[in-house]
Design a protein around this ligand. Structure first.
Ligand code: ACM
Length: 687
């Protein structure tokens, strides 16, 4: 949504009034608001519903309203505190029946705010939950009052599957952390928690039939079945489904550590203490493997009520199968060989394995989900494919008739900016898929793998960026193309999300305070605000070997995945460049922008001296001294550049050469973090 200036808004209102398009709800086409995901349809009025007196809840339904009442009370408590007895305007809620998230039931709702009160209408209780999430975001606090703006909203999701993957295997995530994230998900209308519960580094659910799985695989943390139930109930109350993932045949070293008979060779494994792809895989040829899996899946499919069950299936290069004479012989005997008739083909053994697992799940009435590696020519069509290696896999899967989910483009652990996750679309406008194939695209999932996120910093790696993915998956395509406006609303939603309980903003601050100790935290904060962890998987390859035991309490861990300060700096730089500052006389606006730039750069330039003082108190910060020094150096450079712009001076070749060298040096990471200002600095310098 593009922001209308007040004057322009007034113009439109007058114009529309003159056209007789009238009154009750002026047909304002757009209005600045902080809603995320943006609703499908909004008509804004001019009135307000002041929140001086607490809203009074009134439910009209023939079905058991307990869960909806509880949800409405939670929303009201967040909006207006624990205000009892409520004596203000009515919050009227009407819905037809209880909606089950497991069945993808309707989430459509209408929400109307007038100066007299609020009404929510929805076919199911799920729609009511989504409406309440919108209502909470509508609250405006200005200098004089808190109020709800007059509005009529008709809303429904674009995709039925809007997920967030939480990886509790690489670092165990306590129940409280999962619950906080469920609250965050509900606030932005995400409706599937994909709970990655097992991996090489951990098996995180209590198994009563195979207890060594959690005793050995979850020695450093697992969920009891009672805790799982608690999470499931918490999610269900928020209209969120829980999709459990038990990753096989690879990513399962913790299982093999517990039950060595699962191994594809004669090695003895411990729970994996590295984050490198292991390519260790369980043995798909032994009947004992299937009897163990059958016992486990019988237990786990009963524990998790969702009709879908994720079996992973990713990243098995087949080396252990090829290298095992016994497994290779099994493959040859069954013709699992490539076209040359000799070389064993892991894909065929994978399909064999998947079919056996599928039969177990079908026996329990489950629909199997797997990562895109499991896609093969003979895979039964009901299997859902989750694409992570590339969008091509999503398209291939639906062309082969599989329902599919997109995760490529939504990997939050890669530390890209929100825009990078906002723009990928499961069904881009230019899609070549047929309407029938398009129907098979269920939606998408943001994924937060937790190699570099423990329970303290997890939220700061997920939020607020996951809200951008949530909007991509909920909102109409046509109203989700404006990236600057997305960032404007993301800033507001980020603040809002802490009020629902997330700690994505407060946790990094605490880490910084801890690092500063008795010293001044300000220079540390200034540096932390303009650095980001290195992107993609580079953190594994910069001289430091991480294990699940490596503390995540360094500056890189307190740095945001996307620096908001650097992003705003880039916006400021671009606005200066757009005004063509080289053509004097400068108008007042670019002058003001130049002054803002100058003030910022002076602060950064001076920061290094103060940062150096902190190193005496906390020598562990020394690894980040190069970034602090480079921040100062590029600030000096950019201050010179601003002088040139203001003096209408063309930089000399020698100056440009030196500038280029400075920027190159400033690009070097330190402590697996990097300055986020370099692209904007390059634009300002013009190289
Ligand atoms: C994956 O990221 N290996 C699914």
């Amino acid at each position: 949504m593009r922001r209308l200036t007040p004057a322009l808004g007034l113009f439109w209102m007058l114009a529309l009034a003159l056209l007789g398009q009238g009154p009750a709800l002026a047909q304002l086409p757009q209005k600045p608001h902080n809603l995320m995901p943006v609703p499908a349809e909004m008509r804004w009025g001019q009135g307000r519903l002041p929140l001086k007196k607490p809203l009074r809840l009134q439910l009209e339904t023939t079905t058991d309203p307990a869960s909806v009442t509880a949800a409405a009370r939670r929303s009201l408590a967040r909006m207006q505190g624990p205000a009892e007895p409520a004596s203000g305007p009515l919050l009227q809620i009407r819905y037809g029946r209880l909606g089950s998230p497991e069945l993808f039931e309707e989430e459509r709702y209408s929400l109307r705010v007038t100066p007299m009160g609020v009404t929510i209408d929805a076919p199911t209780s799920l729609g009511v939950l989504r409406a309440l999430a919108t209502l909470e975001q509508l609250v405006v606090t200005d200098k004089r009052q808190r109020y709800l703006p007059e509005v009529d909203i008709q809303d429904q999701p674009r995709f039925a599957w809007r997920g967030l993957l939480l990886d509790a295997a690489r670092h165990f995530m306590p129940v409280a952390v999962i619950k906080r994230n469920l609250d965050g998900m509900a606030a932005v209308k995400l409706n599937v928690l994909h709970w990655h519960l097992t991996d090489d580094q951990g098996f995180r659910v209590e198994s009563k039939v195979l207890p060594r799985l959690h005793e050995v695989g979850g020695a450093d943390g697992y969920y009891t079945q009672a805790e799982v139930q608690e999470v499931l109930a918490y999610a269900a109350a928020r209209g969120i489904r829980v999709l459990p993932e038990f990753d096989v045949p690879s990513h399962a070293t913790s299982w093999i550590a517990a039950y060595p008979r699962l191994a594809s060779n004669d090695s003895i494994y411990g729970v994996y203490r590295s984050f490198r792809t292991s390519n260790i895989a369980i043995d798909p040829t032994r009947e004992t493997t299937y009897s163990l899996l059958d016992s486990l899946f019988t237990e786990m499919t009963a524990l998790f009520p969702d009709p879908y069950f994720h079996i992973g299936g990713d990243e098995n290069d087949g080396r252990q199968w090829r290298r095992s004479p016994r497994i290779s012989a099994f493959m040859r005997e069954r013709g699992m060989v490539k076209a040359d008739g000799k070389t064993v083909d892991k894909h065929l053994l994978t399909t064999y394995f998947n079919r056996r697992v599928l039969a177990m799940l079908q026996k329990q009435g489950k629909i199997m989900v797997g990562w895109d590696e499991i896609l093969g020519p003979d895979l039964p069509k009901e299997i859902v494919i989750q694409s992570w290696r590339g969008k091509k896999w999503l398209d291939d899967a639906v062309k082969q008739g599989h329902p599919s989910i997109l995760s490529e483009g939504y990997y939050l652990d890669l530390n890209y900016g929100a825009a990078a996750h906002y723009l990928p679309d499961p069904l881009p406008a230019a899609t070549t898929l047929t309407p029938a194939q398009q129907k098979l695209v269920l939606g998408g999932e943001a994924a937060m793998w937790s190699e570099f996120a423990d329970s303290v910093i997890l939220e700061s790696r997920i939020w607020p960026r996951a809200a951008a993915v949530a909007e991509r998956l909920w909102s109409p395509q046509a109203s989700t193309q404006d990236v600057p406006d997305m960032y404007r609303r993301l800033g507001a939603v980020s603040v809002f999300l802490e009020t629902v309980g997330l700690r994505h903003r407060s946790a990094p601050k605490l880490l910084l305070a801890e690092m500063a100790g008795t010293g001044n935290v300000a220079p540390l904060r200034t540096l932390a605000e303009v650095i980001e962890p290195v992107k993609e998987y580079k953190r594994h390859f910069q001289g430091m070997v991480y294990t699940p035991q490596t503390p995540l309490n360094r500056l890189v861990d307190a740095a945001p995945a996307e620096s908001e300060v650097a992003r705003r700096f880039g916006v400021l730089v671009d606005s200066v460049l757009l005004t063509d500052a080289r053509k004097p006389p400068l108008s007042p606006v670019p002058l003001r922008q130049l002054m803002r730039l100058r003030a910022q750069l002076l602060q950064w330039q001076a920061n290094d001296q103060q940062f150096q003082l902190l190193l005496v108190l906390n020598p562990a910060l020394r690894e980040y001294a190069p970034l602090s020094t480079q921040l100062s150096a590029i600030s000096t450079l950019l201050l010179e550049r601003i002088n040139q712009l203001q003096a209408n001076q063309i930089p000399s070749a020698a100056w440009l050469k030196a500038a280029s060298a400075t920027l190159k040096a400033a690009q070097a990471p330190a402590g697996q973090a990097e300055l986020a200002l370099i692209p904007a600095a390059r634009r300002l310098v013009g190289i």
